[in-house]
Write a protein that binds this ligand. Structure first.
Ligand code: LMR
Length: 396
């Protein structure tokens, strides 16, 4: 039966990373896959994670199953982290949370629960968005649509166009928003823009699905959930999918969660039984290790402080690299302006160069980025920034 299957092209992001791994050139630079790298080009395990991991292993007496909904303490702490301990929806018991295998697992569960509740839902993705949103949110019945988001010419959000599209939507529509550090463009909604959208979504009955894969890597832990807390304050229903891959450096442990805000506690309980049932039907239950580490960091004051400090260092480093790259590029007097990179946030920005220039960067200079011209800013360091800047200006 498998003769019908034809080989597919490599993954748009991970495929580039594989090409990088095979390259033997000593100058090669990886700006492709969205993993944090330190000055030495390594993706470190944060100290807080190492310490928590030792405690988890020492305290563990069994490897029996945890639960379909995962680690209860992790789920509770994620709710506190996302919504804040005094948030009305949390105090009212209107949030239902299930631990998932990474944010991607959370997006899959989100698609299933939307489909179960309302099979003909239109799910609106930003143009552009993370390429994996599409397969993760595609289910028979659900209709994927795109709304305008990034203005590639002026390097900012085209908010007017975005709002005019939102004005044509209504109840039955789900809009996927990036909580912070937009992937791939790095252009985030301002507090005022979140406010306008929250009001519009309330008037029109639109349900937000907020993908939060980078909490703490834009402006700060609290600042980065401004939009989530605001929307959960004013809207009766919303979905949040969070990942702990990047902010805890737990990529391969697959730690994430889906939290759904509901109208009342009865609906929250009914939804929790459905998300649990969906999880059981896809992967039975999530892996334990990473969530146990996160729970122990959240619950121990010293570990938590250490993690917040390490997260702050990652954020500052990325923001510093943005400014450094802009300075290095402008010293070379390029024919196009790159100053917008310093105003964007998180790991990603588009360089705004053509696909053929991206390929030249790879083939002539061994600098690897996604073909859309998305760079992972965290792949730059003080030793390679001059080389990368020369290469970029060299292909313009
Ligand atoms: C990325 O966008 O590079 C990361 O989120 C990794 C991935 O899985 O695509």
């Amino acid at each position: 039966m498998f003769e019908v299957l034809k080989p597919l092209p490599p993954d748009a992001i991970l495929g580039i990373n594989e090409l990088f791994s095979r390259d033997r050139d000593s100058n090669k630079v990886d700006l492709s896959v969205g993993v944090y790298q330190d000055e030495g080009g390594l993706t470190p395990v944060p100290k807080a994670v190492r310490l928590a991991e030792q405690q988890v292993i020492q305290a563990q007496t069994t490897k029996t199953y945890v639960a379909i909904a995962g680690n209860a303490e992790f789920n509770h702490q994620m709710e506190l982290q996302l919504f804040g301990s005094s948030h009305r929806a949390l105090c009212d018991g209107r949030i239902s949370t299930v631990q998932t295998p990474g944010g991607s697992g959370g997006l899959s569960v989100a698609a299933e629960i939307i489909c179960r509740a309302q099979p003909d839902t239109k799910i609106w993705l930003s143009d552009p968005t993370w390429p994996n949103h599409k397969p993760l949110l595609s289910l028979p019945g659900l209709k994927l649509q795109q709304y305008p988001y990034y203005d590639y010419v002026n390097h900012k959000i085209n908010f007017e166009k975005m709002v005019s599209t939102m004005k044509t939507l209504g109840s039955g529509d789900v809009v996927v928003l990036h909580g912070c550090c937009h992937n791939p463009c790095g252009a985030d909604l301002s507090p005022d823009q979140w406010g306008i959208l929250a009001e519009l979504f309330g008037q029109r009955g639109i349900t937000p699905l907020i993908d939060l894969a980078y909490q703490g890597l834009s402006e700060g832990l609290e600042e980065d959930v401004y939009g989530i807390r605001l929307m959960a304050e004013s809207l009766p229903e919303m979905i949040v999918v969070a990942s702990c891959s990047k902010n805890f450096g737990l990529y391969r442990e697959r730690v994430g969660a889906i939290s759904i805000v509901l109208k009342d506690t009865k609906q929250a309980a009914a939804t929790l039984s459905n998300t649990s049932n969906i999880a059981r039907g896809i992967y039975s239950m999530p892996p334990d290790h990473g969530a146990a580490i996160v729970a122990s960091i959240f619950c121990e004051e010293e570990l938590r402080k250490l993690w917040i400090q390490e997260l702050g260092e990652m954020r500052e480093r990325i923001n510093g690299l943005r400014r450094l790259l802009v300075d290095k590029l402008s010293e070379r007097e390029p024919p196009q302006d790159f100053s917008f990179i310093a105003n964007e946030r998180g790991m990603f920005s588009f360089l705004g160069i053509s696909r053929s220039q991206v390929i030249r960067l790879r083939e002539e200079f061994h600098v690897y980025l996604v073909e859309s011209s998305r760079i992972n800013v965290a792949g730059i360091n003080r030793s390679n920034v001059d080389y990368v800047s020369d290469a970029i200006v060299g292909v313009l």
